[in-house]
Write a protein that binds this ligand. Sequence first.
Ligand code: ADP
Ligand code: ASP
Ligand code: MG
Length: 607
Amino acid sequence: MAAIVQKYGGTSVGSIERLQAVAERVAKTAKTGQPVVVVVSAMGKTTDSLVQMAKEIAATPCRREMDMLLSTGEQVSIALLSMALQELGQPAISMTGAQVGIVTEATHSRARILQIQTDRLERHLNDGKVVVVAGFQGIALGENLEITTLGRGGSDTSAVALAAALKADRCEIYTDVPGILTTDPRLVSDAQLMDEITCDEMLELASLGAKVLHPRAVEIARNYGVTLVVRSSWTDDLGTRVIAPERMPRKLEGLELVHPVDAVEFDADQAKVAMLRVPDRPGVAATLFGEIGRQSVDVDLIVQSIHEGNTNDIAFTVTKGSLKHAEAVAQAIVPALSPDPATCQTEVLVDREIAKVSIVGAGMIGRPGVAAQMFSTLGQAGINIQMISTSEVKVSCAIDAADGDRAIAALCEVFDVQMSSVRERDPDAEATVDAEEKPPAVRGVALDRNQVRLAILQIPDRAGMAARIFQLLAKNTISIDTIIQSQRCRVVNNSPTRDIAFTISEADVDSGRELLEPLLKEMGCGGLVIDRNIAKVSVVGSGMIGQPGVAAKMFAALAQEKINIQTISTSEIKISCLIAEEDGVKALKAVHTAFGLSGSNTVGVRA
Ligand code: ADP
Ligand code: ASP
Ligand code: MG
């Protein structure tokens, strides 16, 4: 019989009573005769306390010693849970990441799993024992054996990776909420439980701040077709199923490293509308996209760059067939955007000759090298990138249509993908999809308050410049998101320049700045501006593809609360806005309600 993997998070094993309750639940499953592997986190807030202790000794403690320290938390819970199981008469054995054969790369504090040597684990399962595994940790082989950790929240990843390696029947993630909800119930009390969500949607939500699942766990579930369920460890309710697509079997070697890109997609049916010098105040994006939505024009990518003076630039793409219509709407709306039409400086530019090239896969943001590789491949081919859209499942670049073939060829070669799928729109086919079958336009919303925005000013506008910046960050495992290039070109010393803004995690800001400053000097850029006072609010749903008006609804909800949108970036199944940090929770609540996600059930949240 195939095994089952159950993972219990910190709150679920936060006390002796909780450990005993978990032992009862595990023993009950084991009694059915199914082999059980249990992955546990450190008890309660142990990992946070360990981090705090380290911070009291050193401002930036050495990563190797941090791994040595943090891995102890899980070791306590595995031993105690094994004892609790044995007390119930259930044979059990605890094992650390190293003992269970979780082999990782040698990158401390965010190691990826390379393989799992399951022989020892399987021997114990065959002997009828429950194997209790320390989550979040592994071992790097090589000259020196080193304890590694997978990154905060990484026990989910240990569990799903074990399930993939054992070809387990399913992986159950037990936590302190009833499953995956439309948003974080600690911030929005009327968040509702979902029965199911696709892996792609969950990947986006997880990387945009919904910490209920570690994004890498979802990535493995998607890539290996693991049946994944998130449930409460307090009840027998069913929880939420995370639906993995049917896939070709994959090799288990290089588990988290190989083949991040499944396909290269090309969409020639794109045209760009850019609006320059749009007033920077709440409600502008809502008015613009509200009108575009009312005219049933479907907008694909939207990018609003950081403001210059008191204006922003907003660019968006539409199909070539709707360009005239979109342009007319944009032109008509211009006077309404400015309080004083006489001084209105907004200008509308259009470009028919663009195309969108995308790489598709899982974990694009979590693997910083992937997007950087795409940018550098295009740069080396002399292809200028006009717009960038990043997300966990797709990175897209709007380029000159004439560069399309070269872009496809170069990307297919670099990412070793045979066929590029060329997306052709078939409105008839879309129309025949039964409304009931169509997933919701917005499945969930998320808030990330741990991001910082970096803006690099006056970067020479030549192919390959973005690539140099993002490759340097990627080499140092710094993930970037929400990359936004300004539409306006500023001529400095006779050469055109643009600004690029992007977000990185708060924890990476100091090292990011140290890395970037010398490079930016060498490249002749204008400077680096860091804004810590931001929050990112995002909506995610695979049903938003081909559905006009979703962005407009989000912007209108923010406008109603008088929240100014600082930047906008979208991808196929998500829309993210950067706003002031103090507006974060208000924005999350407003957007959650606007999409009808609030309900009357109050979901129980454990302390
Ligand atoms: P565990 O210790 O079990 O791994 P985590 O604290 O890592 O638990 O994740 C569960 C928490 O994730 C919940 O308590 C909740 O506050 C938060 N969360 C954020 N977004 C969501 C969401 N969309 N659905 C459910 N929980 C969410
Ligand atoms: N104990 C680790 C943490 O708190 C890993 C986990 O709980 O998933 O981040
Ligand atoms: Mg967790």
